[in-house]
Design a protein around this ligand. Sequence first.
Ligand code: PLP
Length: 182
Amino acid sequence: MQVLREAIAQHQQRFYGVSYNCDTEVLVTAGATEAIAGALLGLLEPGDEVIVFEPMYDSYQACIAMAGAVSVPILLEPPMYRPNMDALEAAITTRTKILLINSPHNPTGMLLTRDEQEHIARIAEQHNLIIVSDEVYEHLVFDGHRHVSIAEIPQVTGLKLPHLCKCGTISACNCSWSFNAR
Ligand SMILES: Cc1ncc(COP(=O)(O)O)c(C=O)c1O
């Protein structure tokens, strides 16, 4: 639906100052799970490795397994559940293809800062990795904090960046969208 894709592109401009071509770069899916599955199944080959934050939304592992790929978890340690960038970088091997990040994070509520997202983007650029950024809870941010989208980080220009969003969900009536590789 053209009007929906236009509204989604306007949303990205309004909240993150990023412009997308609604005809060629916006894909509407039946829920974020479908968008995640499409991104992972489309990008992964058997044996590829995906670095993910642990704990995580459960469908990630199912999609990674369905692609014949391997998930490599990075533990978000309590009490703050922030990612350890040294551990993240140490987990990269020659088989690593995707960094799958999620902020605001389910289930911990951790919100990646701009500095952390810039750091992740630099690591991805150095190691030629694809960032898949699940931002479904982008509008569920409280106490004066602001969600930073990976799409706002200048270093990601030139990296493939499917990024997934969801808002206004009511049970059994999901509408999500993802953005084309950049
Ligand atoms: C982090 C995260 N990503 C994706 C999804 C899937 O969203 P959808 O219900 O739109 O498929 C969920 C659902 O709870 C989630 O928690």
